[in-house]
Design a protein around this ligand. Sequence first.
Ligand code: MG
Ligand code: MG
Length: 269
Amino acid sequence: MIYYKTDEEIELMRLSNLLVSKTLAHVGGLLKVGISGKSIDKSAEEFIRDNGGVPGFKGYRGFPSTLCMSVNDAVVHGIPSNREFISTDVVSIDCGVILNGFYGDAAFTFGFFDINDSVIKLLKVTRESLYKGIELVTVGNRIGDISYAIQHYCEKVHGYGIVRELVGHGVGKNLHEDPEVPNFGLKGKGPMLKEGIVIAIEPMVNMGNKGVKQLSDGWTILTKDGKPSAHFEHSVAVRKNGPDILSDHSFIENAIKINTEIVDISINI
Ligand code: MG
Ligand code: MG
């Protein structure tokens, strides 16, 4: 069942997502060659708790970490490890927090300074596809309108593979609520968007084939063909006048502008 949020609840969710956004910006400032994912995860947890929140993923169905950190051919749900980052890594980081009883959920993919142009393009296209989905978030549209826009842009226009096994979702007092928000589908199909629905839209886009497999750790999703993958996510409220993006990537993009080890995909390269 779909939970419709009041204006007051949406404002609380904006605060949850603001903390997620600031945590991802904090992480974006820490990403350096030679630092481990695990040390960044620890810092992210401290940041969230110092700001009055609770990590939303840690302990969720037994997930061990504050962040999902998915490197190179990992798509999503990677567990931060002691491996140190290298200059060709592409790292998708997903963050959830609970604040005032509501979840915030957003993700961003960071590329280190030696990633090649084809990977930079993958990041830019995946990010653009997220906004192509978001621009269709308005009362009266359907989930399938969002799904189709993302799939068309990534697969038809750019020849990438959209992951089928994992989808976006409603979000609120629960991390995963109805409706599901697939990154593939048909215009005019699926649940209708109504005022007060909050959805996490999160394209997971493979440079190669859409196929994925799960690592033996029981969490990490990898591309079958070993090619890189990207993941960008916003939590978005449905309003009469259009999308109300509750998370805010501008904090992350500003952190990247200062961190010379991460490619700035918000500018044209
Ligand atoms: Mg997420
Ligand atoms: Mg999500």
